[in-house]
Design a protein around this ligand. Structure first.
Ligand code: UTP
Length: 238
């Protein structure tokens, strides 16, 4: 049976603090190649990571309007998406030739090609919200959020070593942790964008939050197997 897989891939995953930086990307290529061979379709939404932070920090003393700073963040997400798209093409993966600039365009492209790679769309949210919107639009049964933390914690574990982590949460519990659904500041991130959480809640979309640095966890989430991370269900299903 064909599965549509949608994942937000945090920009931090592209620039790991390890010597062999290309290893993770090679592993991602091999996972995606296997899924395409199995007949699945994949929409990957790539975050801005280091270039987003760098660009926004550089521009901040000159640009006060958050809308324009967001546009710099979006450009960085599209840069990272281009790196992934070009690497997929080189590896022979049938990926869409362009980086779509809207969710609607991505939906159309996914009808033509098994793989679509994109970045951000418009100011006012992060790529997590783009991924949840894409997952809802293509009726995926969940949205994977691959980031650089092990699980969702009740507090930032870097500040509080006794912070509690969760294997399962309801959408409402996650919203409580990440805060109200508003876009605070360009480049500021929480474990999941609170806007994405609200949209997932309204659509009753399952979220799988995983540490994408551990590529086997990403693979397990993609395959629908048990994975280490945090699963977000609606109240009735937890
Ligand atoms: P990211 O999606 O990269 O946010 O967008 P992030 O939470 O920092 O994610 P990681 O660390 O890469 O996983 C970076 C910035 O780009 C702008 C916002 O300013 C966001 O904070 N952006 C991104 C938008 O305005 N709209 C988008 O659709 C995407």
């Amino acid at each position: 049976m064909m599965t549509i897989i949608v994942a937000a891939i945090g920009g931090s995953l592209l620039r790991p603090e390890v010597e062999q930086k290309h290893v993770w990307l090679s592993q991602l290529i091999s996972i995606i190649r296997d899924r395409v061979s199995a007949g699945d379709r994949l929409g990957l939404v790539i975050g801005g990571g280091a270039p987003a932070r760098e660009g926004i920090t550089l521009a901040k003393p000159l640009i006060s309007d958050g809308y324009h700073l967001d546009k710099i963040g979006i450009a960085a997400t599209r840069l990272n998406a281009t790196i992934i798209r070009e690497a997929f093409t080189e590896a022979g993966i049938s990926v869409s030739g362009i980086i779509p600039s809207s969710v609607n365009e991505a939906v159309q492209l996914l009808e033509e090609r098994p793989v679509v790679v994109m970045g951000g769309t418009e100011p006012g949210h992060t790529t997590d919200a783009v991924a949840t919107r894409l997952a809802i639009a293509v009726k995926a049964n969940k949205c994977i959020i691959a980031t650089n933390v092990e699980k969702v914690f009740n507090e930032d574990p870097r500040c509080n070593p006794n912070a509690k982590s969760f294997d399962n949460l309801t959408h409402e519990e996650l919203q409580e942790i990440v805060g109200p659904a508003e876009h605070k500041e360009a480049g500021k991130s929480s474990v999941v964008d609170p806007i994405a959480v609200l949209e997932a809640t309204m659509a009753n979309l399952e979220l799988n939050i995983i540490d994408g640095r551990k590529i086997e966890r990403l693979n397990n989430a993609i395959l629908g197997l048990d994975f280490e991370g945090t699963k977000i269900f609606s109240e009735g299903e937890k």
